[in-house]
Structure formats: structure tokens, C-alpha cells
Design a protein around this ligand. Structure first.
Ligand code: FAD
Length: 399
């Protein structure tokens, strides 16, 4: 066992998890983006109810995303020759932090900006980069991620959706599920089997870019328990795709997906899902004139947790800025971050219930109710807690 652990630790390239998560700060040039993005958000959103702002991740607003693109706030990590900002992950950190703190509708550009664009930049052909990246940067091409299937969520290596080579390209058949915003998106980057069988696991998987308007694609939205329909089932019935639908290398899909998931798990987005509620509760207790020890302890606890998580997220951003793929560090931040996001509605709900004589704005009640219902999904989307802990244990040489 000791030998295996030592081997696993040795296999990990670069410094240990604890060394690599060193404190980092935002460069002044990126901090300077706060003022213009705040102005844009204030102009575009106006007074939006709190319970709508709590739906920031779910808010699909193509016009808002296009306004961000026009102002140069999308594709900040991409080179300027593809229409990007040529800046890097710290600039994106500032923009994401501001968007989520304000509860802005981020869903339209969210996945393309965070995952699809860096994936296409890293693995796509020059023609794919030139075709997709400038449109992503302008907020004109929206993407979704087709990884999960019925029976293949955490166990992604078992995907069954299959693409066969034809004389002209690919023929795609199968089904995806839980695909966020498939019903509104232009393209899906799908993880599919291009050779072998499900029993072959990681071998034989590839990533294809699927135009969701192609004949044979059917999208059926799924309504969640809050009444929103933000994800969907997607069916492929002999969908014909051109040869250049393949992204990266045939059979290398697993490696590519792992790199993509590091982008998905690493950002400040894994901390801020309940942040508008924290702000609203602090404003509420200030208005109510509360100064008791329990109130101060809760305010202090939330502040301390946010400060720590933010510092960790910045440390992961620094690794991304060095061009590394911080899979283990990102898993650590996502696991701790989603735990915090999930606890906030519980803590605040309990606090409000403990003060039954206090006047509470109906919006605040609705927001606690919404976030309490949706919070369990925070640790599911983007990879479940148990899977992340398996990755962390392996990274520490414990498995
Ligand atoms: C809001 C939301 C949005 C989503 N958006 C997308 C999307 O856009 N695209 C997409 O492809 N998917 C998406 N998903 C799907 C999500 O990634 C999967 O739900 C997730 O990967 C878990 O898969 P599953 O639901 O099949 O659960 P399962 O894999 O069946 O897991 C069920 C439970 O078993 C545990 N478990 C499974 N395997 C192991 C193991 N080896 N060891 C220990 N425990 C294990 C899990 O941790 C979990 O607690 C979304 C999900 C949600 C909730």
C-alpha cells in the first residue's frame, strides 16, 4: 500500500496539492475590469427581484450575453487573433465574480466561455478555431455539454451514444440527459463512442461538435422541482455529421474531457451560487437592528468561509494562468465550495425561522425557498462529491 501511494504521489506532475494551492492575488489590470463590468450589469439588469437574481446560473438571456461580448467581457482567456481578450484566467475570475455577485443571467454564454472555447482552442483544428471562437467571443454561439446519459453520469467511461464513420463523415445515434440549456443552444460538444464497446471504458471515446439544428436531433426539456426547465434530454436518431465534427483526436475523448472538467470545476462559480442570499440576509439583519451573538456568529462564519474559498479559488486560477490543468486542486475547491453554497440557505432559513416576529420581505422568503430546493444539485452538477473525493484521494496518493 505504501508503495502504491508513493507511486501515485510520484506520478503526479508538479508540486503537491498543498504546495500548489499557494495564496495569489488579482493583478491590478484585471481588478480594473470591475468598474466597467459593474456599470454594464447595472445598466442591463436594472432592479431585478432577488429570487430571479438567485437564478443567475439558470438565467438564459442571449441579448445580455451579446452585450457582454460587445464590451469585450467574453473569451477573456482566448487569444486576440480569435476575437478573445488575450488576457487570461484572472480577468475571467473578476468578470465571473461580478456577474454572480449581482445575480446576472449568465446561462447563455456560460458553458461556451468556460469550457467549449478553451477546449476548441486546445484541441480543435485551425479551421474550427476560426469558425467557432470569434462567434463565442461575440456571444453569438451558445454551447451545451453532452456527457451524461441514462446509466452514465459519474461513470462517464460507460457512455453508449455512438458515432460511426460514413463515407462523408459521421452518423450519430443515442441519447444524452441532464444537458443544461440544450433547448436554447446552437451546439453540443458530445462525448461519444467511436470504436469498441462500453466495456472498453476510456478507450474508443471521442468528442464531436453537434449542430443541434441538424435533422434527427430532438431536444426535450426536463422540468425540475422548482418548476424551471434548465436542462433537457437530447435524442440522436441517425444524425449525419460532417467529417470535421470531430474535435481533437479520435479515441482521445477521455483525456480531452478530463482537461475540460478541470475548467468546469475550477472557477469562482463553485462558491457563489447562494451569494445574493448572503448579501440580502446581511441587509435584512442590519435593517432589523440585530446585534446578538448568534447573528454575528453566522455573519462571521459566512464571511470567513467565503474569504477562504475565494482565496483557494484564486490559487487554482493562478495554476490555470500558468497553463497547468489543476484537476485535483479544482476538485478540492468544488467539493468545499458546493458544501458552502448548500449550507447557506439552510443557515439563513433556520435563522429567519428563529425570529418569527421579525418582518421579512417576501422576496427574501422566496429566495430561501428556491435555493433550499435547488441546493442539492450544486454538488451534483459538474461531478458528484464522491467522485471528486476519489480524485482528491488519488492525487494525495491515498488510492
Ligand atoms: C443542475 C444540473 C445540471 C447538469 N448539467 C449537465 C450538463 O450540462 N451536461 C451533462 O453531461 N451532465 C449534466 N448534469 C449531470 C451531472 O453531471 C450528473 O448528474 C452527475 O455527473 C452524476 O451522475 P448521475 O446523475 O448519473 O448519478 P450517478 O452517477 O448514478 O451517481 C449517484 C450517486 O452515486 C455516487 N457514485 C457513483 N459512482 C460512484 C463511485 N464510483 N464511487 C462512489 N460513489 C459513486 C454518486 O456520487 C452519487 O451520489 C447536470 C446535473 C445537474 C444536477
Amino acid at each position: 500500500m505504501a508503495g502504491r501511494s508513493a507511486q501515485a504521489a510520484h506520478n503526479r506532475k508538479g508540486p503537491s496539492v498543498f504546495e500548489s494551492l499557494s495564496p495569489s492575488s488579482l493583478p491590478a489590470a484585471d481588478e480594473a475590469l470591475r468598474e466597467p463590468i459593474r456599470r454594464l450589469i447595472a445598466d442591463a439588469m436594472g432592479p431585478t427581484p432577488l429570487d430571479r437574481r438567485a437564478r443567475s446560473w439558470q438565467g438564459f438571456d442571449a441579448a445580455f450575453s451579446r452585450a457582454l461580448g460587445q464590451a469585450g467581457f467574453l473569451g477573456l482567456t482566448l487569444p486576440e487573433r480569435y476575437g478573445g481578450g488575450g488576457r487570461g484566467p484572472f480577468a475571467r475570475f473578476v468578470i465571473v465574480e461580478e456577474l454572480l455577485s449581482a445575480g446576472a443571467p449568465v446561462a447563455a454564454h456560460w458553458i461556451a466561455d468556460r469550457q467549449s472555447a478553451p477546449l476548441i482552442l486546445g484541441y480543435g483544428s485551425e479551421a474550427q478555431r476560426r469558425f467557432y471562437l470569434p462567434r463565442i467571443c461575440r456571444g453569438e454561439a451558445f454551447f451545451c455539454i453532452g456527457m451524461s446519459e441514462p446509466g452514465s453520469g459519474s461513470d462517464l467511461a460507460s457512455v453508449r451514444t455512438r458515432a460511426e464513420r460514413t463515407g462523408k463523415g459521421w452518423r450519430l445515434g443515442g441519447q444524452k440527459i441532464w444537458t443544461t440549456n440544450a433547448q436554447h443552444s446552437d451546439y453540443m460538444i458530445a462525448l461519444v463512442r467511436t470504436s469498441g464497446a462500453a466495456a472498453d471504458r476510456q478507450a474508443g471515446l471521442s468528442q464531436l461538435i453537434v449542430d443541434l439544428r441538424a435533422p434527427g436531433v430532438a431536444v426535450r426539456p426536463i422540468v425540475d422541482l422548482t418548476g424551471d426547465a434548465h436542462f433537457a434530454e437530447v435524442f440522436f436518431d441517425d444524425v449525419e455529421l460532417a467529417d470535421d465534427a470531430l474535435i481533437g483526436t479520435e479515441g482521445e475523448g477521455w483525456k480531452q474531457v478530463t482537461a475540460e472538467l478541470a475548467f468546469e470545476r475550477s472557477g469562482p462559480e463553485r462558491i457563489y451560487s447562494s451569494i445574493v442570499l448572503v448579501d440580502a440576509w446581511i441587509a435584512h439583519v442590519a435593517r432589523a437592528g440585530r446585534r446578538d451573538a448568534a447573528t454575528l456568529a453566522l455573519a462571521g462564519r459566512m464571511t470567513a468561509e467565503i474569504a477562504t474559498l475565494r482565496a483557494m479559488s484564486l490559487a487554482v486560477t493562478a495554476l490555470l494562468a500558468q497553463g497547468l490543468s489543476p484537476v485535483v486542486e479544482a476538485s478540492l475547491v468544488k467539493d468545499l465550495g458546493t458544501g458552502f453554497e448548500q449550507a447557506v440557505p439552510r443557515w439563513i432559513g433556520d435563522d429567519l425561522a428563529a425570529h418569527p416576529d421579525e418582518a421579512v420581505a417576501p422576496e427574501l422568503h422566496r429566495t430561501v425557498a428556491y435555493l433550499s430546493q435547488i441546493a442539492p444539485s450544486f454538488s451534483l452538477r459538474g461531478g458528484t462529491r464522491e467522485i471528486l473525493r476519489g480524485i482528491i484521494a488519488r492525487g494525495l496518493g491515498l488510492r
